[in-house]
Structure formats: structure tokens, C-alpha cells
Design a protein around this ligand. Sequence first.
Ligand code: DQA
Length: 147
Amino acid sequence: MSARPVLVVLNGPNLNLLGEREPEIYGSQTLADVEALCRARCEELGWELDFRQTNHEGVLIDAIQEVRRSCTGLVLNAAGWTHTSVAIRDALAAVVAPVIEVHISDVHAREEFRRHSYISDVADEVIVGRGVQGYVDAVDAVVRHRS
Ligand code: DQA
């Protein structure tokens, strides 16, 4: 087991296409760029980073269950599942550490169906519309919610 705090960042479906997919909405930075930003912030904090993406809902639920007791904080961009998944919400409710929900775009200023999140009321903080900087802000939110 690691002695250092471990920040877990989980990304849902289609976020592997970041940089190519709808760049007018999500920008031109890739998921590898996002990982590098998170890693740099974690290194400043002396934390480890566990950064993952999946297009399979059950894989995301297994990942949440796997880290639910061990992680220092969980940052989640559940992408499209945000608006559909009671099962992901239920998994998050079992996470001991602070949970920060992140969306690159401003989901409240887009289609009506994006305004509802199944996740927000089990998250400790919700960050939307700050582009990929939102992930770095989410790491800092974990720091705040831990203290
Ligand atoms: C998103 C917003 C979701 O509505 C969408 O389905 C995504 C990305 C965001 O980061 O802005 O895939 O979570």
C-alpha cells in the first residue's frame, strides 16, 4: 500500500476523444494533456495520481468500488452517464473520500437534458464550464474538502 495520498481521476465515455471531438465545445487539449495537468498539480502536493478513462459503465462502477476506501479524493467526469446513471450515483455514495464532479463544458448552458445530474447531490463539489482547468481546480477542491 502507498504511503502517499492517492488522487483518483475517472473519466467516462467519449472523453478518450478529447481534442478531436466537438473542439468548439470541449477545446483542443487531449485527455493526455488533462492527465499531465493533474499529474503536475499532484506532484506539487506530493500525491500520487491514478488517472483512468473508460467507455464501459460497469468498468467505471468497478473502479469506483475498487478505490472507494483507499483514495484520498475522487475526481469524476462521468460525461454522458452524468445524465443517465443511478448506478454510478449509488457507487459514488459509497466513497469515503471527497468526490468532485467535473464537466469541461457548462452543462447548464447547453441542451435541457444536460441540466440534470444524477451525481451532483452525492458529490462534495461540482465544477462546470472551466474547460480542462476544471480538473486542476477539482484537485484543489479535494484539498479543501479534506481539511
Ligand atoms: C461533459 C458534459 C456531458 O454532458 C457530455 O455528455 C460529455 C462531457 C463535459 O465534460 O462537459 O461527454 O461531461
